[in-house]
Design a protein around this ligand. Structure first.
Ligand SMILES: NC(=O)c1ccc[n+]([C@@H]2O[C@H](COP(=O)([O-])OP(=O)(O)OC[C@H]3O[C@@H](n4cnc5c(N)ncnc54)[C@H](O)[C@@H]3O)[C@@H](O)[C@H]2O)c1
Length: 273
């Protein structure tokens, strides 16, 4: 149901790969709430083709850009403003990739070239996007930037390997740019720390099913689905959250502040019998 929360707003949404992607749901929900959108993803994701179905559904152009390339991001922000005929109100950073995770490397044997690539793709890309946006003066006042994170930024989850460090850097960049862009343009920058979610990036992590079940059993509300994450992102793009900035916002059904739950006690009691 639409309340037209984003009526008149325009924004860039990165990271919609297929209909499981969190960004896919954000694009659908933002469109439903009246926003106009430009979609972007890496050229490789474009070749997979599924994003074209979303583009047709929400009547959005796709502007390919590798988020590690400042040049390609300059083209993205320039063309997006050309398309909208003005500046941008919101940006979703929904980008993550670790070749160490893809190749199943454990924390003690990480490949350092891959590690640098993980940081570049999954964290520095937010810095690069905001750097380009500032240089082009691409944001409207009271604009909103959201980047998706995970609790492994604060707690050790060994199977998340170098993505843990990438998320810690991502959250730190959001705070620093939040301070800078808040002062310059009243633009807010936040990260949303989302529950484990069954997407291409999520299920690529070794032991993901155990992560998922553990969080499900611990969280009083259960794991937050991608659709609910999208609702939260829409609220952060809307004018109802104008003074929320430089925060890492937990969207995890209560996982991060729960010690133990009845469900976990039951599992552990059975295991001890
Ligand atoms: N799935 C989870 O359990 C979970 C939990 C918390 C946070 N997140 C975060 O949510 C975000 C979205 O992931 P998702 O779970 O929807 O998975 P996804 O695989 O659907 O999305 C990841 C996206 O990153 C894009 N990408 C990779 N390299 C890129 C590059 N160089 N330039 C531009 N785009 C690039 C991919 O093409 C893909 O669209 C990521 O930041 C992820 O870490 C996911």
């Amino acid at each position: 149901m639409s309340s037209n929360l984003l009526a008149g707003k325009v924004g860039i949404i990165s990271g919609a790969l297929n209909d499981k992607s969190i960004a896919w749901k954000v694009a659908q929900k933002a469109h439903e709430q009246g926003a106009r959108i430009v979609l972007t993803n890496a050229p490789l994701a474009m070749r997979m083709g599924e994003i074209k179905n979303l583009a047709a559904e929400i009547d959005a152009p796709i502007i390919p850009a590798d988020a590690t390339s400042v040049e390609e991001l300059e083209k993205l922000f320039g063309e997006a403003q050309g398309h909208f005929g003005g500046k941008i109100d919101f940006l979703l950073h929904s980008i993550g990739m670790s070749a160490n995770i893809r190749k199943g490397k454990h924390y003690g044997e990480l490949d350092y070239k891959f590690f640098q690539q993980t940081l570049d793709v999954s964290a520095l890309s937010l810095h690069k996007m905001l750097h380009v946006a500032e240089k082009q003066d691409a944001f409207n006042e009271w604009g909103s930037v959201v980047a998706l994170s995970y609790i492994a930024a604060q707690r050790a989850f060994l199977d998340y390997t170098d993505m843990s460090q990438a998320k810690a850097v991502l959250e730190s960049i959001a705070r620093s740019y939040g301070q800078r862009l808040g002062k310059l343009k009243k633009v807010r920058v936040n990260t949303v720390s989302q529950s484990p979610t069954k997407t291409t990036a999520g299920t690529g992590i070794s032991g993901f099913d155990a992560f998922y079940e553990y969080a499900q059993k611990l969280s009083p509300l259960g794991n937050a689905p991608a659709e609910a994450c999208a609702d939260y992102c829409v609220s952060l793009f809307s004018d109802l959250t104008r003074y929320v900035t430089m925060q890492n916002l937990m969207h995890d059904g209560g996982f991060s502040t729960t010690g133990i739950s009845d469900e976990m006690v039951e599992v552990l009691t059975k295991a001890a019998e």
